[in-house]
Every structure is written in structure tokens, then in C-alpha cells.
Design a protein around this ligand. Structure first.
Ligand SMILES: [Zn+2]
Length: 388
């Protein structure tokens, strides 16, 4: 069963404190997401503001391969605003936990379900081709029977997708397992003659968003939500690059253009003012950089000694970093890669001493600086010879 990926950088991602993206930026990010090959792009919640509504419409008009999704509460006004943007799919949400129904919505489960099903039928009336996703918000902490009732009636009313939302990042593999939850929900829905597509939306409050998302896939979820740079409320949701790589590596899903992630991350980082951390898997500056002398020595003999991810798969190249951890092999390798002529042992040792001294000051030496060190070494060698 093919696993589809929904990117929500433009919707969930914009809920990151302080992040805002103009329509022209959102359009560019949508184009880059399409180039990566994500299946669904959640573009925003049109009812939130006019500028978001217009941006969702602009993204929907780009004519991308990806289906465009708009977010909406289970209210007719939200649905009308979403349908008017021209999107192919609407994601409706309504929490069905007893606690939330009592204290926030001041309504009963029955009334809530009626509102959900009315919204779904209304959306399908406005556009019969529209795909509908229903999300019982905070699914995994809501009473299971409420979720099953709301989801099965939503499917009967025309919902195509039920999204299991771990809204607070509560799940934990092997303890409160997403695998078990999705399996149990599918069984309960099938018992009521409902067989929707299951999506998973995993927040990262415990640092387990990716693990939980993959756990959901193992149990048969076939849509997974993600954002670039793990943007989103609080600690965000599953990271897109990490998700795509793991689906490629472990689930046989290899239709994505992974090298295109680099430009996507660069642009999202630029306009969200959210840096790409150096040790971010796959796209971070250090993702394929080897440092300690022992590592570098073995890596030069055979890359796989210290790499389980082929950097070429994501359009990257491994490198060796030079600092106080470096050894002769690292310096020699770097000089050779830079095509420095007339390398000898004395030169390597001198440069290694310099590199280690700089490293002890808390800085790494890149190729450009190594070039400067080579020039300085040659200069002092010439002066020495003249003095002799
Ligand atoms: Zn969320």
C-alpha cells in the first residue's frame, strides 16, 4: 500500500511562534514541495484571515501535481471559505473528548457528531469531487468509543480520510503505541463497515514524532503529516526530510526527489528565520562530516565504516572536518581533495599542528581556511630558505 506524505509547512508550520509567510513565499515553497514530490500540500486555514485565504487560493491556482488541502473547523462558514479557494481537499477538525465537549464547546457528543456530519455533507454538496479528511483533534487521548463513533459516522457522511492526531505528542513506541492505536481503530471502524484512509499527525513534544509516525505506517496508516524543519505548534511535528528518507529506506517508497530537499530547506529557513541546525539529519551542515582522526582514517578506507546513509541519495557529499580531533589522514585527505600540489609529510605535520591549535580555540577549519594555511606555510618556507 502506497504511503502518501502531506506537508503542512504552510499551515501547521505557520503556527510556529513568530513565523509568517507571505503569499509569494508560500507559492515558492509549494513549488519546491512539488519538486520534492510530496503528495499533498496543506496550504492554510482560509477562515483565519484574508491574507491566508488569498495565499491558499494562490497556491491552489499553481496547478501542481500535489493535491492542495485547506484546513477548516466543522462550521459552514469555514467550509465555504475553504471551497471558494479551489482546493482539492478539506481537512475538518473537531475534538470529541468529553472534557473538551463540556468545557470548550458546551455540547454533547451527539450534537458534535451531527455538526461534523452536517459539515461533511455540506462540503460534498458544494463540490462532490472534494476529498474530505476528518480529524478528531487530540484523537489518542480522547475516549476511544467517542472517536470510533465520530469517525464511523463521518465516513458514512462522506469523509475519505480519518486522521489520527497526536496533538500533544503523547504517544511512545512500545508504551502507548501508535501501532496499537491505528490497528485498533482500523478494526473498530471496519466492524462498523467503515474503511477510510488513515492518516497520522504526530507532534514532537517527547521527541518521538518520527518514531510514532513510522509506527503508524507499520499499522497501515497511508498518509503521514510532516513539516520542513519540524515547524509547528510548540516543538512541531514530524520532520519532512527525516520522514521521506525513512520511508524510502525502510518502507520501499522511493518516488521522491530527495536532493531537492536541500533547496526547499534553504528557502523555508530563510523566510521563517528558523536556522537549519548543524546536526539536522540529512540536510544539516554536519550531516555527512567526519571529524575524529580514527573515524576519518577508517572512513577514507571505506565510507560505509562510518556512514549508513549514502550522501549522494540526498544530493550531498561527505566531508572531513579539521579541528583538534583531526589526524594526519584527515589533513592529507583534505589537501588531496583540494588538489594541492607537492604535498609532503613535513607540510602535513605543520598544517596538522596549526589545525589542532585553531580547533582548541573552538573553531573548525574548512577547505578555504586550509588553503590559507597552505599559503602561509609555503610563504614561511620560502623566507626560511632565503635566510639559509
Ligand atoms: Zn498539529
Amino acid at each position: 500500500m502506497m504511503i502518501r506524505v502531506l506537508d503542512s509547512t504552510l499551515r501547521e508550520g505557520e503556527q510556529t511562534p513568530g513565523v509568517y509567510m507571505d503569499s509569494h513565499v508560500k507559492q515558492e515553497i509549494a513549488r519546491l514541495l512539488d519538486a520534492v514530490g510530496v503528495d499533498l500540500i496543506e496550504a492554510g486555514h482560509p477562515m483565519v484571515s484574508d491574507d491566508i485565504r488569498i495565499a491558499v487560493r494562490d497556491v491552489a491556482r499553481l496547478d501542481l501535481n500535489a493535491a492542495i488541502v485547506a484546513h477548516a473547523r466543522s462550521l459552514r462558514g469555514d467550509i465555504e471559505a475553504a471551497v471558494e479557494t479551489g482546493v482539492g481537499m478539506i481537512g475538518l477538525f473537531y475534538c470529541v473528548s468529553d472534557d473538551r465537549l463540556d468545557t470548550v464547546f458546551r455540547t454533547s457528543l451527539r450534537e458534535a457528531i451531527d455538526q461534523i456530519t452536517d459539515s461533511i455533507r455540506y462540503a460534498k454538496r458544494l463540490n462532490p469531487k472534494l476529498m474530505i479528511r476528518y480529524t478528531p483533534e487530540d484523537t489518542v487521548r480522547s475516549p476511544f468509543i467517542n472517536v470510533v463513533e465520530a469517525a464511523s459516522e463521518a465516513v458514512a457522511a462522506g469523509a475519505d480520510v480519518i486522521s489520527v492526531a497526536d496533538t500533544t505528542g503523547y504517544m511512545m513506541p512500545g508504551v502507548r503505541s501508535m501501532y496499537d492505536y491505528v490497528s485498533r481503530l482500523r478494526e473498530a471502524l471496519n466492524a462498523r463497515n467503515a474503511d477510510p484512509v488513515i492518516a497520522v499527525h504526530c507532534h514532537n513534544d517527547r521527541g518521538l514524532a518520527l518514531a510514532n509516525a513510522l509506527d503508524g505506517c507499520r499499522a497501515g496508516a497511508t498518509i503521514v503529516d510532516a513539516t520542513v524543519l519540524r515547524l509547528g505548534e510548540r516543538t512541531g511535528i514530524t520532520d519532512l526530510a527525516e520522514l521521506l528518507f525513512n520511508l524510502h529506506d525502510g518502507f520501499g517508497e522511493n518516488r521522491w526527489n530527495l536532493p531537492a530537499l536541500n533547496e526547499l530547506y534553504r528557502i523555508v529557513s530563510k523566510y521563517s528565520y528558523f536556522p537549519i541546525s548543524k546536526n539536522h539529519p540529512l540536510v544539516g551542515e554536519n550531516a555527512f562530516t567526519h571529524n575524529a582522526g580514527v573515524h576519518t582514517h577508517a572512513w577514507i578506507k571505506k565510507n560505509s565504516h562510518y556512514e549508513s546513509v549514502d550522501p549522494a541519495l540526498v544530493g550531498r557529499r561527505s566531508s572531513v572536518c579539521l579541528d583538534n580531533m583531526s589526524g594526519v589522514a584527515s589533513v592529507k585527505f583534505a589537501l588531496e581533495r583540494m588538489n594541492v600540489p607537492d604535498i609532503d609529510d613535513r607540510m602535513i605535520l605543520c598544517l596538522l599542528n596549526e589545525v589542532k591549535a585553531i580547533g582548541r580555540r573552538g573553531r573548525a577549519v574548512d577547505e578555504a581556511e586550509l588553503g590559507l594555511l597552505v599559503r602561509s606555510y609555503r610563504q614561511s618556507l620560502t623566507l626560511l630558505r632565503r635566510a639559509e
